[in-house]
Design a protein around this ligand. Structure first.
Ligand code: ZN
Ligand code: FE
Ligand code: FE
Ligand code: ZN
Length: 275
């Protein structure tokens, strides 16, 4: 490792039906990897049944909070454990999402976009949908929705902010429309005071790239938008995955600190080289 580890704020539990390992196992993996802070961020339930195979059930929410709190209390002084949530943004569901957010004292909430209208564009089973669609339109729709998600003011961190590239579909090089949709999104993020997530998950996906692209990071840096790190671990082995590569990339874009969160208030932590 070239850098002191920073918090990893994006990891899941089996309650979302597609992750494995209990919170204690994630925490122990983090300690092994030299981290001093993590946050769990399982997929939020949706009160109106929606894509239930990919998220917690409403009845699991309290149990999730209790499990994270209990590991947090047990490991106090050894590892800081934050209680977070990854909530989906879908136009129309804001009141429901706001109610879940308001129902608990979260340390932070990640707002993530996994759907364009009814299309779960990041689902490998829905990849054929790409064949019939205009990539530039899909990218613009994605960034428009991301801008709307930031503008709700409900989220502290915008998750994996160019997930749309997951399978390698990209608009033509130099696309003005895509660049301007991305620019408007960054303006919305800045205005809302959100952080962006730098996520190593893309390295494990067909695109084989960190989310987001260096160009977006550069641009965000110019606007003073801060970053938080997330591995998007769906099993304990992935905690802290490729953190060093993400920190190298942030530094190369002139960013020298990352976000930490406690009860939804943000502090900045310097990125430090290992001496
Ligand atoms: Zn997931
Ligand atoms: Fe996600
Ligand atoms: Fe996630
Ligand atoms: Zn995620």
């Amino acid at each position: 490792m070239r850098y002191q580890p920073v918090p990893d704020y994006h990891m899941h539990t089996p309650r979302c039906h597609h992750a494995k390992g209990n919170v204690r196992e994630y925490a122990e993996a983090a300690i092994q990897a030299g981290l001093t802070e993590i946050g769990m961020s399982d997929h939020s339930p949706m009160p109106t049944a929606f894509d239930d195979d990919w998220r917690m059930d409403m009845q699991a929410l309290t149990d999730y909070q209790r499990e994270v709190e209990s590991v947090r209390d047990d490991l106090s002084g050894i590892l800081t454990v934050r209680v977070g949530l990854e909530a989906d943004f879908r136009p129309g569901s804001e009141p429901d999402v706001a109610a879940i957010i308001a129902s608990y004292n979260w340390d932070y909430v990640i707002g993530s976009l996994h759907y364009i209208e009814g299309w779960d564009f990041d689902n490998p089973d829905r990849i054929q949908h790409w064949d019939g669609c205009n990539i530039e339109d899909a990218w613009c729709a994605y960034f428009d929705l991301l801008a709307q998600s930031a503008a709700t003011g409900m989220f502290d961190i915008i998750g994996h902010p160019d997930l749309i590239k997951k399978f390698g579909h990209r608009p033509p090089e130099g696309s003005r429309r895509a660049a301007s949709a991305m620019e408007s999104m960054l303006q919305a993020v800045r205005k809302a005071g959100c952080a962006l997530e730098i996520s190593s998950a893309g390295l494990r996906k067909p695109v084989k790239e960190i989310y987001p692209h260096p160009r977006m990071i550069q641009h965000a840096a110019e606007l003073g938008i801060p970053f938080a790190f997330g591995s998007d671990a769906h099993s304990p082995e992935t905690v802290g995955y490729a953190m060093d590569d993400c920190l190298v990339l942030l530094e190369s874009c002139g960013i020298d600190e990352v976000c930490t969160f406690e009860q939804r208030s943000r502090r900045m932590l310097p990125i430090q080289k290992v001496s």
